[in-house]
Design a protein around this ligand. Structure first.
Ligand code: ADP
Length: 319
């Protein structure tokens, strides 16, 4: 292994830059030639690839987003697209590839590995929806952003005696809602893993009001229901005004928290070391604070488990 390429793909996640830095610096430390592929799998198809040196990753550990940029690339899902990518890898003499991204991007990594390209996948997604790993890079930064927003909304919720819904991201996974709801001390957490029950939410709003609670915050994961519809239902059933804040892409940005920077640095380093050991088709993950690698096909088959205990804790503490 002489030359290693790195790319970021799919949704961006805070900590991707720290992972790129980990990859580039480890490679250079081990006398590898390091290359950055731009715009996800698009850059692999079009040959948008540059050499990277130590200073090309200076001053990025603290930055959100990704200096390599990211994109979705439908062409790469086709045989034709993958063939083009493999040709480009040959033209640039790239011997191994490190792919930073979520579920879709790791499927792309698997596709290349199945075709004989040494490939390592590093989990980067704020959604934390990959079942094989406790955490993905970016998740804790997103939770930090949501908790900060909840604290601010709590002030105004208290002052006006209103109920507030905070809609958060996560696609089909309720982890952002669950962790930020628990950390933010909210009254209700609505997530895709638990059936939606408007009456129990309204009951909580009324009970809270009756015992003198001045604020009521509901965290709603996207995709469960429309936040404005829920607000209207609460108003209709309780007479209590409910305001909606949809946090949106603010959750994708920002400086990564130390946990994400450390995870990204360690995974970036390990990804290079695996390629140097001639390992391929591996996905990196973290379990009980230990970083591990496993077969990428097996990793992608592990179903995400809902943390019922954590959900119950949040429920008990919000009575
Ligand atoms: P994320 O990686 O954040 O989950 P996507 O699901 O949009 O984001 O996937 C990012 C990109 O990964 C896609 O645009 C595509 O280029 C590639 N990809 C996704 N699924 C596959 C697949 N089954 N085979 C090959 N490439 C894939």
């Amino acid at each position: 292994m002489k030359t290693i390429g790195v790319l970021t793909s799919g949704g961006d996640a805070p900590g991707m830059n720290a992972a790129i830095r980990g990859v580039i610096r480890t490679g250079i430390y081990n006398n590898m030639r390091m290359m950055g592929v731009k715009h996800g799998f698009n850059g692999l198809i079009t040959g948008d690839i540059d050499d990277m040196d130590i200073s090309s990753v200076s001053d990025i550990i603290q930055r959100g987003g990704t200096i390599l940029r990211t994109a979705r690339c439908d062409e790469f899902k086709t045989e034709e697209g993958q063939k083009k990518a493999i040709n480009v890898l040959e033209v640039f003499n790239i011997d191994g590839l490190i792919i930073l991204g979520g579920d879709g991007s790791l499927r792309g990594a698997k596709a290349l590995s199945d075709k004989g390209i040494p490939t390592i996948g590093v989990p980067c997604t704020i959604d934390n929806d990959l079942g094989y790993t406790d955490y993905s890079i970016g998740f804790y930064t997103a939770v930090e952003t949501v908790v900060d927003a909840i604290s601010k909304i709590r002030d105004t919720s208290y002052s006006h005696g209103r109920s507030n819904i905070v809609e958060v991201m996560g696609r089909h996974c309720g982890d952002i809602a669950l962790y930020s709801g628990l950390a933010g001390g909210v009254e209700s957490i609505l997530l895709p893993e638990v059936p939606f029950d408007i009456d129990s939410i309204c009951k909580k709003v009324i009970q809270g009001k009756n015992r003198g609670k001045l604020h009521n915050i509901i965290v709603l994961a996207e995709g469960v229901s429309n936040a404005y519809d829920v607000a209207k239902q609460i108003l209709d059933k309780t007479g209590i005004e409910t305001r909606v804040t949809v946090l949106g892409h603010i959750q994708r940005g920002g400086s990564p928290v130390p946990f994400d920077r450390i995870l990204a640095s360690e995974m970036g380093k390990m990804a290079v070391e695996l390629l140097m050991e001639d390992k391929s088709g591996r996905a990196l993950g973290v379990k009980c604070n230990d970083i591990f690698d496993m077969d990428i096909s097996e990793a992608l088959e592990v179903e995400k488990q809902f943390d019922v205990n954590r959900y119950n804790t949040a429920k008990i503490l919000s009575i």
